[in-house]
Design a protein around this ligand. Structure first.
Ligand code: PHE
Length: 360
């Protein structure tokens, strides 16, 4: 090594008492090379050359002192970081296979360390969905699951939105490059549920299902709008079903969920898959009402299932009728628990999550 001209220069430099800025780069190179060979790379920070370099800051001419000091300091930081990086690598575990972190082939010592389960809790939305599902099951509904990725047919076509129907714009959501859709509502499940349960109708068994699910929208975010939220879809079909049945069913659910009488109203709204279509609004608790703003909060869209939707799923609309709704889960939880901003749910804030710990 010593025969290389570069290395010779370094030795000469190391013998010098004072350093100039141009010396630093060469010394830095040498220190890094030597550090890479050390069994404990942190010890380079105690190297006499580095110490001398630091000591010589104060001897620099005032016009160069600041830059010299900064350069030396940067070198120290670089050496420390390099040492930390190497130390980490030394006790590095083999890479974790994220698709099977607890695979039996991975020894206990190499499995990812997690907090004990007692430290965690179900997410508030999951807890409350459990409460909602319980109520619906007691009312005679089956619980189905929606999908996180769906297709154009279930998102639009089967729901009476022909191609390029303007109402598609209300469901602006995310799409993969293959044309798959992150559903903007749980109504994507209507066609599947109608088809799967239609056989019972002839035997006097109504179609009665609720479908909780996660939905996605390209929204302007604010205290009551999120890009990702949850809905519970409800579907009920039998002979002779009317809007009155729908309102009674929704009211019964809400009163069980809030555990108190509620005041509600509906107003007409256009959804291609129901006729008539309605928005269902609930009167907010007085403590929630802000001066000047409406005391009503829209919590779901609903209506009588459109004959075209029934027909498409093989249910005869001249024999059977039914209703459907899609309720906003976070909005219901917000009303029940006095949460003023929907964005808390996705924030991952521990103080918020802990408020729900142990509830159910
Ligand atoms: N899917 C509608 C929405 O999310 C709500 C809805 C469901 C309306 C079922 C009518 C019937 O906007």
């Amino acid at each position: 090594m010593i025969h290389e001209p570069e290395a010779k220069n370094v030795v000469i430099l190391m013998l010098k008492m004072g350093y100039t800025l141009s010396d630093v780069a060469q010394l830095a190179d040498d220190l890094k090379k030597r550090q890479s060979k050390l069994p404990n790379p942190m010890t380079i920070l105690r190297d006499p050359t580095l110490k001398k370099l630091v000591a010589s800051i104060k001897d620099q001419p005032p016009s160069e002192r600041a830059e010299f000091g900064r350069t030396v300091n940067e070198l120290k930081i670089e050496l420390t970081e390099q040492a930390r990086f190497k130390e980490q690598r030394l006790d590095d575990k083999p890479p974790i296979d994220v698709s099977a972190p607890f695979d039996t082939g991975v020894s206990a010592a190499n499995q990812p360390k997690l907090l004990p389960a007692s430290e965690g809790s179900l997410h508030p939305v999951m807890q409350e969905l459990g409460v909602m599902e319980d109520i619906f099951v007691r009312m005679g509904f089956r619980v189905e699951r929606s999908r996180l990725i769906d297709d154009d047919y279930h998102m639009f076509e089967s729901l009476n939105f022909p191609a390029s129907h303007p109402a598609r714009d209300d469901y602006d959501t995310f799409m993969t490059s293959e044309g798959l859709i992150l559903p903007a509502h749980t109504s994507t499940m209507q066609h599947r549920v109608l088809k799967a349960q239609r056989a019972g109708l002839a035997h006097g068994q109504p179609i009665a299902a609720v479908i909780p699910g996660r939905v996605f929208r390209n929204e302007d975010l604010d205290a009551t709008h999120e890009h990702t939220f949850h809905q519970v879809e409800g579907i009920y079909v039998d002979s002779g079903i009317s809007l009155g049945d729908m309102m009674g069913t929704i009211q019964t659910f809400l009163e069980a969920y809030f555990n108190e009488p509620i005041e509600f109203k509906t107003q007409p709204f256009y959804f291609p898959f129901v006729e008539p279509g309605l928005e269902f609004l609930i009167k907010m608790p007085t403590s929630w009402q802000k001066p000047g703003s409406s005391q009503w909060l829209e919590i779901m869209g609903c209506g009588m299932i459109h004959p075209n939707v029934l027909k498409e799923a093989g249910v005869n609309p001249s024999k059977y009728s039914g209703f459907a709704w899609g309720m906003g889960v976070e909005r219901l939880i917000m009303l029940k628990h006095g949460i003023e901003d929907i964005r808390y749910f996705m924030s991952g804030r521990l103080d918020f999550l802990k408020m729900f710990k142990g509830e159910v």
